[in-house]
Unconditional design. Structure first.
Length: 237
């Protein structure tokens, strides 16, 4: 099975548990015989171990372009050659080290725009990703690193006609720390769009119950696969 995992990167400026989990997931799928790759979003991943050769150096929804398109209508219509300059790996790595440059309201507004998908301000980036997936050995299944990527699903399923699964981890705490109206609006959009996802993978029974309640979806869509560690190289003390 050809499996593509969409994984937000964190650059190299700080530790990202989800980035490491995503890389481990893709590498484990390869070991059991699947054709699996990780597509990085926003910033380069902490490790490129799970990125295939055709994805080396490629980032979708580059963090700088996402920010510029959020703040200015002009950048929502710029040609790809200009956007490509802002997606330069060295520039994205620099941006990743400046995480404190963006204010809380800016981050929340951008998150809401991303949740809206094709009706958000980053639709140009969404079209680029979907076109790439359609032309780059169309996968059998798309996997999302977390439910905050739900805005990508409708366009992907419409064009690619394939199932989408989604890992769940930390979203509830992240959203609930936002001030209103961002918090309530985020949950409203999530509940409206999460039904487009075919299955959810929770890391625990507790979190499965939490997100089942928050997303108001049938219980059979939610499955539990506990997080694990790679035991090779480890020995009893």
């Amino acid at each position: 099975m050809k499996f593509v995992h969409l994984s937000p990167g964190a650059g190299s400026g700080f530790y990202c548990e989800n980035c490491l989990r995503d890389a481990a997931l893709v590498l484990a799928l390869r070991r059991i015989g699947h054709d699996a790759a990780s597509v990085p979003l926003y910033l380069p991943t902490m490790t490129d171990a799970a990125v295939d050769g055709q994805l080396k150096g490629k980032v979708f929804f580059g963090g700088i372009n996402v920010y510029l398109q959020q703040k200015s209508r002009f950048f929502r219509w710029t040609p790809r050659w200009l956007d490509r300059l802002f997606d330069a790996p060295w520039l994205l790595r620099w941006a990743g080290r400046k995480a404190g440059m963006t204010s809380g309201p800016d981050v929340a507004e951008t998150m809401l725009s991303m949740l809206r998908g094709a009706s958000g301000r980053q639709v140009k980036e969404l079209d680029r990703l979907v076109t790439f997936l359609a032309e780059h050995d169309r996968p059998d299944v798309i996997s999302l690193s977390n439910v905050l990527l739900v805005g990508l699903v409708r366009r992907m399923k419409h064009v690619l006609k394939l199932p989408v699964i989604c890992s769940l981890q930390d979203e509830e705490g992240y959203i609930d720390r936002l001030d209103d109206p961002y918090r309530s609006r985020a949950w409203e959009i999530l509940r409206a769009r999460a039904a487009e996802i075919d299955a959810f993978i929770a890391p625990s029974d507790f979190y499965r119950r939490q997100m089942l309640r928050r997303l108001d979806l049938p219980a059979e869509r939610f499955h539990v696969i506990h997080n694990a560690i790679e035991p090779s190289g480890l020995a009893p003390a």
